[in-house]
Design a protein. Structure first.
Length: 198
């Protein structure tokens, strides 16, 4: 959902940066191409059909011109802030931090417990959004009770919290928090995991 949202922003001429702490830049590009083209990226060894190959080729061409920068070697909040401030000078509308529990605290906060560290990271991302006037999107792991993992501060600092549920009746996107409107509403979605698209 994060990458699909970022993709739509870029298609609408919004400049953005993806900070990936779980996947390589190549994997991110593959998912963006799949979401855009509707064709899963596969290697030549898998012998894609001509329509499949042409679909991937078209998707790559479309993605290559979008205003997206991908960082897969950056994981600490200080570096993320620094890159964003530099990028803002030439244009920055949104960032994706995937995902917040993999983000490292600044050295000043290493002595804090993990809950405090994650809360401080969430707060700094919120301040970054306010000071640079950008949209900050991040994902969070959930615990066994389907609550935000490691820190309730993530939800406290967020303007919006969306949760994807999976059940016998399919998937839903639930708005758990909405600072500017209605909450506890949901919409049914169809998840197409092979092409990273809802």
């Amino acid at each position: 959902a994060l990458l699909q949202t970022a993709l739509h922003g870029a298609i609408n001429a919004k400049n953005g940066v993806i900070f990936s702490m779980e996947m390589s830049a190549i994997q991110i590009i593959g998912r963006l191409v799949a979401s855009q083209s509707g064709w899963k990226c596969v290697s030549a060894y898998e012998k894609p059909s001509t329509p499949h190959f042409n679909g991937m080729k078209a998707g790559i061409a479309e993605i290559s011109v979008l205003p997206i920068t991908i960082h897969d070697q950056v994981s600490d909040i200080d570096a993320i802030e620094s890159i964003c401030r530099q990028q803002k000078r030439t244009g920055l509308d949104w960032i994706v931090v995937d995902y917040i529990q993999l983000c490292s605290p600044s050295e000043d906060n290493i002595t804090e417990n993990r809950e405090q560290q994650v809360s401080l990271i969430a707060r700094r991302l919120k301040l970054l959004a306010l000071h640079l006037n950008i949209c900050v999107l991040t994902a969070s792991q959930l615990n066994e009770k389907e609550q935000l993992r490691e820190s309730r501060g993530i939800g406290h600092h967020a303007d919006y919290v969306l949760r994807i549920t999976h059940g016998d009746e399919g998937q839903n996107i639930v708005i758990d928090k909405n600072r500017n409107g209605e909450r506890h509403v949901s919409a049914p979605v169809l998840m197409q995991g092979g092409i990273s698209r809802f």
